[in-house]
Design a binder for this molecule. Structure first.
Ligand code: FAD
Length: 148
């Protein structure tokens, strides 16, 4: 029971210096490592990068998420890590992605940008469900652009 499926949602601020291209190269490196590590422990989810902030959803057993997140939150490439939700989940919503990425397309940036503009990324105003639902929708659209 204690190791049932859980979901963790957090956001953080980018601490990687450099040009936009250098930051994107850094993110590619993070994604490559994440995909290898997450697949080994059955963690799925998605990472979003927008306006200098990350948002990430992790799904898996409580212990797998805890171990993964312990490493993530110590990573100097981001800071001000704020957990918005860590709770049991009925099912996986990102089951086909060991770590999907939202942020390739301009339209993704403008969609998440609307959340950014409304909240100014104020931690006290961000809602885990809102971030989760937006990321899930964007991942589905990236997978099947013709269907949306
Ligand atoms: P390596 O990748 O070999 O890294 C070894 C050590 O060096 C780690 O402490 C690492 O933090 C540090 N390191 C590596 N590259 C750099 C660098 N360029 N600058 C500074 N320090 C560096 N990991 C996951 O496994 N799953 C995830 O879902 C995940 N999501 C992440 C999301 C964000 C926003 C960030 C910033 C990192 C994420 N990571 C994730 C990476 C995580 O923080 C660890 O770096 C990684 O899990 C360690 O993997 P590794 O043991 O294979 O070590």
């Amino acid at each position: 029971m204690a190791d049932d499926l859980h979901r963790l949602v957090y956001y953080s601020r980018n601490m990687m210096p450099g040009s936009e291209d250098e930051v994107l190269a850094g993110i590619e490196q993070i994604l490559a490592t994440s995909r290898v590590n997450n697949e080994k422990v059955g963690v799925t989810g998605a990472l979003l990068f927008n306006s200098g902030c990350f948002a990430q959803v992790l799904e898996g057993t409580r212990s797998a998420i805890s171990e993964t997140f312990e490493r993530i939150q110590c990573d100097p490439r981001h800071g001000d890590v704020l957990v918005l939700e860590f709770a049991p989940a009925a099912k996986r919503s990102f089951s086909t992605w060991s770590m999907g990425f939202v942020g390739h397309a301009q339209r993704d940036q403008s969609m998440f940008g609307s959340i950014s503009e409304r909240t100014g990324f104020d931690p006290q105003q961000l809602d885990a469900e809102q971030i989760f639902a937006t990321m899930h929708r964007l991942m589905l659209e990236e997978e099947s652009p013709a269907l949306v």
